[in-house]
Design a protein around this ligand. Structure first.
Ligand SMILES: [Zn+2]
Ligand SMILES: [Zn+2]
Ligand SMILES: [Zn+2]
Ligand SMILES: [Zn+2]
Ligand SMILES: [Zn+2]
Ligand SMILES: [Zn+2]
Length: 444
């Protein structure tokens, strides 16, 4: 029974691993330590345990485990009483800041600092125990189903440093949907075993039914032979008795077949033994980006399990960013969306750089845009004219040179000189008029 010993060994290994005990295989034996007190009490024996599975390995130092053994019964009872939820935490031995800095590619800015904000990510492990009971046999099967974001994943905790989790660290997520998905998966996993057992049982049952039928035929024959020997009875009496007896036999046969059917049925029981919520830090940092013109804080998160940074998206074109640029107004943008102001050469995103000089049509930034005080047209600094007298800016078409005072003045405020007929500025016109009045006074 080599196979049976193997499957018992496997079952015990899984059981203690699920209890977070240390299971070491030494040759054909299992050395189990760090067993939770809960189980030690249940079993009535303190760990470490040394289990062997072959009778020839048995000695005073170990326990020989075979089918029907006390340990197996204890485990079975323990499993039935449990159905617990465990919280585990994966600890990572990683320098997160270094990993993040390695993964962030920057073009026109630098990381000033990274300030951590703690957060967790998690996945589930559902452990199901299925018992198959048939004839006088009882078999057990344990399945671990791992789920991440409601998808089944290949789980293996062996390569991580696991410690007991703290309930305060996590908000328990909803378990219903992942549990249902895991349950369906278990059905799928146990199906081949069910099919195989059902086939074996139906073959055995057919043989039993055949045996019962043969026995019935033989009994009936015996009865007939015996009744024919008796001479005291009439043929009618013989036939009546024969019919009555055969009827009884028929009933016995049916009863026997039903008992066999019952015996050969497969009793299946799947129970959720344990739900484990395994969480691990997803490190979220506030990343301070700066360059000489702007700054911005963005959140970066690093998942130590996938060793990936959460994708950052361009705030202008909304595509994924490979290399980060900082717009001088603080936007995070991709290489394609980065443009320079044609006037000051400072970098912006194309959302921010949306002003066009009405004179030369160059794209300019807000800081470089100048509005004409007269007509409200927007210009770059090359196309705006500053008027010292009024301390205001104008576009070239709104200012005109006054021949008289040699100053540039708003063109719509020029007047025709009564003296020379030339176009002169308002101020010069006012002066002309005052001089004219003075002259008239002196004439009197
Ligand atoms: Zn972009
Ligand atoms: Zn500019
Ligand atoms: Zn911008
Ligand atoms: Zn211009
Ligand atoms: Zn103007
Ligand atoms: Zn003037």
């Amino acid at each position: 029974m080599e196979n049976e010993a193997d499957s018992i060994k496997q079952f015990i290994t899984k059981f203690f691993e699920n209890l977070q005990s240390t299971v070491i295989e030494k040759g054909d034996s299992l050395v189990i330590s760090n067993v939770p007190e809960k189980f030690e009490k249940f079993y009535g024996k303190k760990s470490p345990y040394i289990f062997v599975f072959k009778s020839e390995d048995k000695n005073s130092q170990n326990e020989f485990i075979e089918k029907g053994n006390y340990l197996l019964k204890t485990i079975s009872n323990f499993l039935e009483e449990q159905g617990s939820t465990t919280l585990l935490k994966i600890n990572f031995d990683i320098d997160f800041e270094k990993e993040i800095k390695k993964r962030i590619k920057l073009n026109n800015c630098q990381i000033e600092k990274l300030i951590p904000k703690k957060k967790n990510n998690f996945f589930f492990r559902f452990t199901f125990n299925t018992s198959f009971q048939y004839l006088n046999e009882k078999e057990k099967m344990t399945n671990d189903i791992y789920l991440y974001e409601n998808k089944i994943i290949d789980g293996d905790l062996a390569s991580y440093i696991i410690t007991e989790g703290n309930k305060r660290d996590v908000i328990m997520p909803d378990i219903k949907e992942p549990y249902n998905i895991a349950k369906e998966k278990v059905k799928e996993l146990i199906q081949p075993k069910i099919t195989l057992l059902a086939k074996n049982l139906s073959e055995k049952l057919s043989k039993e039914i055949e045996r019962i039928n043969r026995h019935f035929i033989q009994e009936t024959q015996e009865l007939k032979n015996n009744l024919k020997k008796s001479t005291k009875k009439t043929e009618k009496e013989i036939n009546e008795e024969l019919e009555k007896k055969i009827n009884e036999f028929e009933k016995d046969k049916e009863r026997a077949i039903n008992i066999e059917k019952q015996k050969h049925s497969l009793n299946l029981n799947t129970k959720l033994f344990n739900t484990t919520l395994i969480y691990y830090p997803v490190l979220n940092y506030d990343c301070y980006l700066i360059n000489e013109h702007g700054k911005r804080i963005i959140e970066v998160s690093f998942d130590p399990l996938t060793k990936e940074l959460k994708q950052i998206f361009c705030e202008s074109c909304e595509n994924k960013i490979e290399i980060i640029n900082l717009c001088s107004s603080g936007h995070i943008i991709c290489n394609k969306c980065l443009i320079k102001c044609n006037s000051c050469n400072i970098t912006y995103c194309n959302k921010c750089l949306n002003i066009i000089c009405e004179s030369c049509k160059k794209k300019i930034c807000k800081k470089c845009a100048i509005r004409c005080n007269n007509c409200s047209k927007v210009m770059c600094k090359d196309h705006a004219i500053y008027d010292k007298v009024t301390d205001k800016c104008y576009c070239s078409s709104c200012l005109k040179l006054c021949e008289r005072c040699q100053h540039k003045k708003e063109s719509n405020r020029f007047k025709t000189s009564k003296k020379t007929g030339a176009e002169i500025c308002e101020d010069c016109y006012r002066l002309e008029m005052q001089q004219k009045t003075l002259k008239e006074i002196f004439k009197k």
